[in-house]
Design a binder for this molecule. Structure first.
Ligand code: TYD
Length: 206
């Protein structure tokens, strides 16, 4: 069964903690993340810690990392029938870089970024959105890079809302201000349901 599930949310929403606990529930799945830990990911990290980085160049660094991630990790795992769970994926670009590119020479940045991904990316089967308000996100994340500022995260959250409104059946919204134990439990339930539903629909197709 080839299922791709992604986790999205503002910095500080608890994605990484949730991913860690999912790993013990689904030991056979491939757990991965964006930015990746490849040399493309290193370039991305260099850019995210540079306040003067060009926003458009940065979009393409993140997108290069995504292309490599797809060919090196995601597609091979899915092809071997393994479930893939990614901590951040293309929606992070649609939300974060659309916010960064607001007011730039790119008209309609969200749609532009989606059009860049469309020919080569793989749409997730389901996306868990850990919903947290920007103020709490900043308090929790502690502003370790230029993206983790309340006003900016406010604009990122607006872009995520547009994505959720456009594809309500793909997104599963979880209140990430609840206790971490509750968030973990809810996300685990959602992921198990998505995997069960996929299994049933594949059996029905046979
Ligand atoms: P992440 O590794 O989740 O953050 P950290 O390890 O610092 O908690 O992601 C790094 C930052 O990059 C985060 O602020 C979100 C941002 N980001 C984008 O702006 N675009 C993207 O496409 C991705 C994947 C992340």
């Amino acid at each position: 069964m080839s299922t791709l599930i992604t986790l999205e949310g503002l910095d500080g929403s608890g994605k990484s903690t949730v991913c860690e606990s999912l790993q013990s529930t689904l030991p056979e799945a491939t757990f991965t993340c964006e930015p990746t830990n490849s040399w493309y990911g290193d370039l991305v990290a260099e850019s995210t810690h540079n306040n003067d980085a060009d926003s458009l160049a940065e979009l393409f660094l993140f997108t290069a990392d995504h292309a490599d991630h797809l060919s090196r990790v995601i597609r091979p795992s899915l092809a071997s029938g393994t479930t893939v769970i990614s901590d951040r994926y293309a929606d992070s670009r649609y939300a974060y870089q659309a916010a960064t590119l607001e007011g730039s020479c790119i008209d309609a940045p969200l749609e532009y970024i989606q059009s860049v991904h469309e020919p080569f990316s793989r749409r997730p089967d389901a996306t868990v959105y850990l919903d947290i308000d920007p103020e709490t996100a900043v308090t929790r994340a502690g502003a370790t890079n230029k993206f983790e500022r309340a006003q900016y995260l406010e604009r990122v959250a607006t872009q995520y809302e547009r994505l959720i409104a456009a594809e309500p059946s793909r997104f599963h919204r979880v209140d990430a201000t609840e206790s971490i134990a509750d968030v973990r439990e809810t996300v685990t339930m959602i992921v198990e349901t998505v995997l069960d539903d996929k299994k049933s629909s594949e059996l029905n197709d046979k």
